[in-house]
Design a protein around this ligand. Structure first.
Ligand code: OGA
Ligand code: MN
Length: 281
């Protein structure tokens, strides 16, 4: 239905000629869903940054999460989270400001982690702030057989606190209660495609459950290094009006820092899995 252009060697595609929210038909949305599952990340250029349009579109992919960081939600649409270094007086309007953001899966620390995020570039600095994505299914498939065997059935601890300490600002007490450390399978079967992917990330995965500390950290270090090899990574240089829909069950992402003297505003909706697919397996 749409022309697509590959973004990099192993994954990701630009969808040509699709305008989010322009009377999208059910068939078009189904076609986008199929492309999303196939390519893992989809880029749409020259899109509207109208929040209602973004929310209405995103909702067709699943229920939307109201992010636990309520202080960074759009005042107009709570389904939209601002990622930004812009201040309104003393108040930061968004999260993640302008420093480096380490590799992570959005919400891997929740019992029902998001399956997708739609991130839209509204205001950009002239350079910097690229976002990189890693194909964790390809990274898993190409692991040596012996390593895949060792990982079978393993679970790991995911910690939002660890991520916040390294890359973000602390949560308040109520938010902490909603996001305690949690364990999930280390290899996740994709809820739609059924394909396995490494479900871990340097920013949030702290230990393999039941392994001794040395073996756990050695294995995690080895996997962290493995999955960010250039053949698994796509680096996106944003243009204003870009929207990227990523598959949050089999890709992780990070962001480069940028000059704090420039403003950057990204708007994100966060897409939840259907209830029967909610818990990672
Ligand atoms: C996110 C995120 C990185 C960026 O929106 O989940 O990690 O490029 N953003 O701002
Ligand atoms: Mn993120």
């Amino acid at each position: 239905m749409f022309d697509v252009r590959p973004l990099s060697g192993s994954f990701g595609a630009e969808v040509i000629g699709f305008t989010i929210g322009e009377n999208n038909t059910a068939e078009q949305v189904e076609a986008v869903k199929a492309l999303w599952a196939k390519h893992k990340i989809l880029l749409f250029r020259e899109q509207s940054m109208d929040e209602k349009v973004l929310v209405d579109f995103s909702r067709q992919f699943g229920e939307l999460e109201i992010h636990v960081r309520t202080e960074y939600l759009s005042p107009h649409h709570p389904e939209v989270l601002y990622i930004s270094n812009i201040k309104d007086g003393d108040r930061k309007i968004g999260i993640l400001a302008d420093t480096e953001v380490g590799w992570h899966y959005d919400q891997i620390y929740l019992p029902r982690p998001a399956v997708g995020s739609l991130l839209c570039a509204d205001i950009l600095p002239p350079t910097g702030g690229n976002t990189e994505f890693a194909d964790m299914a390809a990274a898993y498939q190409s692991l040596p057989e012996g390593t895949r065997e060792r990982l079978k059935g393993c679970r790991a601890i995911q910690s939002y606190e660890a991520f916040n300490r390294a890359y973000s600002v602390p949560t308040n007490d109520a938010q902490k209660k909603r996001s305690p450390d949690i364990e999930h399978p280390l290899v996740r079967r994709h809820p739609i495609t059924g394909k396995d992917a490494l479900y871990l990330c340097p920013g949030m995965t702290t230990e393999i459950v039941g392994w001794n500390a040395t073996e756990s950290s050695e294995m995690l270090e080895e996997l962290f290094e493995w999955c960010v090899k250039p053949e698994f990574v796509y680096s996106h240089q944003w243009q204003a009006g870009d929207a990227i829909l990523w598959d949050n069950a089999c890709t992780m992402h990070r962001r480069d820092p940028f000059d704090q003297n420039y403003q950057r505003l990204m708007k994100r909706t966060t897409i939840l899995p259907a209830a029967h697919l909610a818990v990672p397996v």
